[in-house]
Write a protein that binds this ligand. Structure first.
Ligand code: GLP
Length: 236
């Protein structure tokens, strides 16, 4: 893992942008994208740049089950507002939260991922070490599935909802098996609330209890963290 420590999330956004720029210039065509507060500065840098993704495909990590694309809390909506309306892709895929037939939806999404091998996958990090919505205990070879969110994830995500009871309890998420097939993985994490997960991800044992620790087994991972998120690393 290549670990880059930056001062803050704004500087991280600039570094994240450089990774996207390099990949695009090297011919990358398929970008795996993430939501949450973490990638926002990277998306801002992309939006303010002259990078052109109109010939590229994007494949998002996850979506809440039950939310329509026009629901402001949905990940469809997030992507539209933060990136796609400024930088359209040739085609953008996001799991369909309104498809309540999980077998059909996960099969559909797995086919999309298979047909569009991901060149660069962007990841945030859950406080409990989850990536996408792959919660602790998820097998490392899992493909897209319907996930029951843990209470810690529901608590963390409730800041985006008016009432905690409105936070969906389930999500569709690309599996760790698919994430690991990406040619290059870029994980960003900011703030002291991520320090534990970062320490375990980088220095701890590779275990399904910390889903992000699987990244130790991937040959091409770039990690961008700020000083607060790096504060529990022993080797810094
Ligand atoms: C959610 C998303 C993850 C994201 C995580 C961290 O659970 N499904 O993809 O990485 O939250 O979010 P944030 O970046 O807001 O801290």
């Amino acid at each position: 893992m290549k670990v880059i420590v930056v001062k803050d999330q704004n500087e991280g956004g600039k570094k994240g942008f450089e990774v996207f720029q390099n990949e695009l210039q090297s011919g990358a065509k398929v970008f795996g994208l993430a939501t949450g507060s973490t990638p926002i500065t990277t998306y801002q840098e992309i939006v303010n740049s002259d990078l052109d993704f109109s010939d590229c495909i994007s494949v998002n990590l996850d979506e809440y089950v039950g939310l329509k694309a026009d629901n402001p809390q949905s990940y469809h909506y997030f992507m539209q507002e933060h990136l796609f309306k400024f930088k359209p892709f040739k085609h953008s895929y996001v799991p369909d939260g309104t498809n309540l037939n999980a077998t059909a939806e996960t099969a559909r999404y797995n086919k999309i991922i298979e047909e569009n091998p991901i060149d660069l996958q962007l990841l945030g990090l859950g406080r409990n070490g989850h990536i996408g919505f792959n919660e602790p205990g998820t097998p490392f070879d899992a493909l897209t599935s319907k996930i029951k969110l843990t209470q810690s994830t529901i608590d963390a995500n409730s800041r985006f909802f008016e009432h905690e009871e409105n936070v969906p309890k389930e999500a569709y998420s690309m599996g760790i098996g698919s994430i690991m097939k990406s040619k290059h993985i870029l994980l960003e994490a900011y703030g002291e609330k991520k320090a534990d997960a970062i320490q375990k991800m980088i220095e701890g044992p590779v275990t399904t209890e910390v889903p992000a620790s699987v990244l130790q087994n991937h040959p091409n991972v770039t990690v961008i963290i700020d000083e607060a998120a790096a504060s529990k690393l022993s080797k810094m």
